[in-house]
Design a protein around this ligand. Structure first.
Ligand SMILES: Cc1cc2nc3c(=O)[nH]c(=O)nc-3n(C[C@H](O)[C@H](O)[C@H](O)COP(=O)(O)OP(=O)(O)OC[C@H]3O[C@@H](n4cnc5c(N)ncnc54)[C@H](O)[C@@H]3O)c2cc1C
Length: 329
């Protein structure tokens, strides 16, 4: 379909946030997805300000988190639906070495504002701290409600668009499918598997992160837990090995008494860790590379891209695809 209007290709977090930005600027656009679903369909939606083995602040968290929360609150008000659920995160350490590293970071200026303090832990863990400011975006609810809103406005329909180099004012928001085409150079996409479990009586007041995994309450005794990382088999097929690994994470973080009620897999779109990129592709545009943190970065990246496309306001060099390609191709 090519009627001269801007065409947003892909209805994951990137395409959804961009469509709202265009809508709010009264841009005449339409929006398509091939309907097979991408990694947003399986994302747990957790935002955890301080992450990883090294207990590091997420890249530019202080800029992107307020922007994301303002964006989701605005869309919630517009649609009369709730998508964002704030939750403290209990970060657990399994070894003295890991705990030492966490303790050493607590007073760092980039870390301290996100930490409530140390907390008591059960004997399987060496120590734990409570991290504030995070929570859960109900990603499927957000992208489904966005799609229905724009479908009703006559802006959205299902269609597969084939990439070619003749630019027509399209914005490619295809997630891992776009990166795996090789068109932005080497990618580092990673498959992830995730379980939905029922566990009555487990603590639902906080997310738990530790021992290489996480456990996220989603209400009524249901939890999401994950996730695996796999770089070779890049598909969305759940595996028995993946399930076994995630069940082990659930046991470690929650206990033995749970029932698996869902098992999904997806491919995280990664170009360079979890730092996304935006920019021109010929006469088209792209937004991709949201990595493991699409809920955090999609709103801010969509705003920057809309500002660039519509008003010519170039973003910071570190998110500019042109700069990345110059350094990496
Ligand atoms: C197991 C797992 C757990 C995760 N957990 C979290 C989490 O807790 N928190 C978090 O923030 N992030 C999480 N993520 C990461 C998150 O899923 C991604 O960052 C985000 O969803 C990427 O969004 P996207 O819009 O770029 O891509 P996608 O969601 O993949 O969307 C791309 C869309 O483009 C469509 N498409 C592709 N090609 C075409 C074409 N040619 N024509 C038409 N349509 C096309 C696809 O159908 C798809 O709907 C997780 C990911 C995985 C795999």
């Amino acid at each position: 379909m090519s009627d001269g209007r801007l065409l947003v290709v892909g209805q994951g977090l990137a395409g959804s946030c961009l469509s709202w930005e265009l809508w709010n600027r009264n841009v005449d656009f339409h929006w398509v997805d091939r309907g097979t679903g991408g990694s947003s369909r399986v994302a747990a939606g957790m935002i955890n300000p301080i992450t990883g083995k090294n207990f590091e602040p997420s890249w530019r968290i202080a800029d992107f988190l307020p922007e994301a929360l303002e964006f989701y609150t605005r869309i919630e008000a517009c649609l009369g639906k709730r998508f964002w659920y704030p939750l403290p995160v209990l970060r657990l350490a399994r070894s003295e070495k890991e705990w030492g590293k966490i303790l050493g970071k607590l007073s760092e200026p980039a870390v301290a504002p996100w930490v409530v303090g140390e907390t008591d832990v059960t004997k399987e863990w060496v120590g734990g701290v409570i991290v504030k400011g995070g929570g859960r975006l109900d990603v499927p609810a957000f992208i489904n409600a966005s799609r229905e809103f724009f479908r009703e406005k006559g802006r959205y329909h299902e269609e597969e668009v084939v990439f070619d180099s003749i630019g027509r004012g399209r914005v490619w928001c295809e997630g891992a499918a776009g990166l795996m085409s090789g068109r932005y150079g080497m990618h580092r996409c990673a498959k992830g598997e995730i379980l939905t479990i029922r566990a009555n009586g487990w603590d639902e007041t906080q997310a738990r992160v530790g021992g290489g995994g996480w456990l996220l309450p989603v209400g009524n005794g249901i939890f999401k837990t994950g996730a695996t990382y796999e770089w070779n088999e890049l598909n969305d097929l759940p595996t028995s090995e993946g399930r076994a690994k995630v069940e082990e994470i659930a046991r470690r973080l929650g206990g033995d008494d749970f029932e698996v009620i869902g098992h999904e897999a997806g491919v995280r779109p990664i170009l360079r860790r979890s730092q996304p990129l935006i920019g021109p592709v010929g006469n088209d545009w792209m937004i991709n590379g949201l990595g493991s943190k699409g809920s955090l970065y999609a709103p801010g990246m969509a705003r920057r891209l809309a500002g660039w496309m519509m008003d010519g306001i170039e973003p910071e060099e570190e998110v500019d695809l042109r700069v990345f390609l110059k350094q990496n191709l």
